[in-house]
Design a protein around this ligand. Structure first.
Ligand SMILES: [Zn+2]
Length: 437
């Protein structure tokens, strides 16, 4: 997969990188005092590519692919892997067993309906825990399972007690929580908290919630239960990362993700995007806990497997995520990358590019390229060549090869003392190609 811009200058490995200390990310709008409710610096990731991700339109993971994805996610250091219910199919049941036996650091969960048969089947696969789910919204109660809240509560208590009696971790989640009655929600969460459930889950199954609604619901729930709180956000309206962040600020403890956000419809909170968001909030916590340089690998595995390309504007790994183009940005980036970067590409195993072969270029970036090519030229030279690049790039953008040819031949002309007229003779981008020939 092409990850680099054709007309860019690699800057991430340049020798002067270490000479420019990066300041910590400081915003005058950061809270002055730590918020004791917030878990922004203390959260866990439940990675659901092998459950939610299987619900993506193009997804079909055979056992070998599931194992490859599970190992790649474990290498990042995600806390949990969530797998498709063994009740879904015989192959799904087999795969739960295989992945539970890999000896990964991540705990293995499977996602089951609030049903004794499903729970029994799941426990026998050797997973560490069960994520139990049942719908509580009026839509689901009327159009899906047709059960009332008393029935749902009694069933939840029966299933949770059974799982706990087998010594497994158990989460209880409602489905479509943001269109469920608040009193119903809080009373069922209270009931399951009382019998010792490990986590309760809030799920924005339909992607309707916004960050403020999330904050309020999680904050309310936090005051009602003492167990952990897991949150699951769909991305139908583009709020999945922001909602996850708001949930953690309000006291949630676990966030569901999938690689590239794949899942039902347009999916859920993407793993890479969540890690970018959390890195910007607490770099040390994120870097100590997760290996961010492994994100690209798992994204490529999953993208290939489900036959999509990594989006151009993807968090961290999109081909332009660390490409700087405008001349004024390029100058500042070369002086101190923090000026226009809150994410240091090296922390993610990525490389910064300063794009120079276009009409918005600036002479500082061109001068930086001189230096990288080890051509002894002056600021005046850089300004003259930059003027020529702008003129030519009004016709079409130049490739990095074009720019390098121009710089090298200009340098040669200068050594021969003929550089004053050299630039005048180059009237079109194609002349550069001829120079190279
Ligand atoms: Zn979902």
């Amino acid at each position: 997969m092409a990850q680099q811009n054709g007309n860019g200058v690699q800057n991430g490995q340049s020798g002067n990188e270490n000479a420019r200390p990066r300041e910590p990310i400081v915003s005058p709008y950061m809270p002055k005092y730590p918020d004791p409710m917030s878990n922004v610096s203390n959260f866990k990731i439940i990675e659901s590519t092998l459950r939610e991700g299987e619900q993506f339109a193009n997804a079909f993971f055979d056992t070998e692919k599931k194992v490859e994805i599970a190992k790649a996610l474990d290498a990042i250091g995600v806390d949990y892997l969530e797998l498709t219910s063994p009740a879904a199919s015989e192959q799904s049941r087999h795969d739960c067993k295989v992945i539970s036996n890999l000896g990964l650091k991540a705990k293995i969960l499977t996602h089951v309906r609030c049903h004794m048969d499903d729970a029994k089947l799941a426990i026998d696969t050797g997973v560490d825990g069960l994520d139990v789910v049942i719908g509580t919204s009026s839509y689901l109660r009327e159009f899906s399972h047709g059960k009332d809240m008393d029935y749902i509560t009694a069933k939840a208590i029966e299933v949770i007690s059974f799982i706990k009696s087998k010594g497994l971790e158990v989460r209880f989640s409602t489905e479509d929580s943001f269109r469920s009655d608040l009193v119903d929600l809080l009373s069922i969460y209270k009931a399951v908290d009382k019998i010792g459930v490990n986590r309760v889950g809030i799920a924005d199954t339909v992607g309707c919630a916004n960050p403020r609604q999330v904050y309020e619901l999680v904050r309310t729930l936090r005051s009602v239960v003492s167990c952990d709180i897991e949150c699951h956000f769909h991305n139908d309206t583009g709020c999945a990362i922001a909602n996850a962040y708001a949930a953690l600020e309000a006291g949630a403890t676990h966030i569901d993700t999938s690689v590239l956000g794949i899942g039902e419809r347009n999916g859920i909170t993407p793993l890479g995007g969540l890690l970018a968001r959390m890195y910007a909030a607490d770099k040390k916590f994120v870097m100590d806990k997760y290996d961010l340089t492994k994100i690209r690998e798992v994204e490529n595995i999953v993208a290939d497997s489900v036959e999509v390309t990594v989006p151009f504007n993807n968090y961290i790994t999109g081909y332009c995520a660390f490409t700087h183009k405008a001349g004024i940005h390029a100058k500042a980036i070369l002086n101190n990358p923090s000026t226009y970067e809150i994410l240091n590409p090296q922390d993610f195993g990525m490389t910064r590019y300063v794009s120079i072969g276009h009409r918005l270029t600036g002479w500082n970036a061109v001068k930086n390229r001189f230096e990288q090519l080890n051509l002894g030229l002056t600021d005046e030279d850089a300004k003259a060549v930059t003027q020529k690049i702008k003129e030519l790039a009004d016709v079409r953008p130049l490739s990095l090869d074009d720019v390098d040819t121009l710089l090298r031949t200009y340098h040669q002309a200068k050594n021969e003392g003929v550089h004053t007229h050299f630039l005048d003779k180059i009237e079109t981008p194609d002349h550069i190609t001829q120079l190279a020939a």
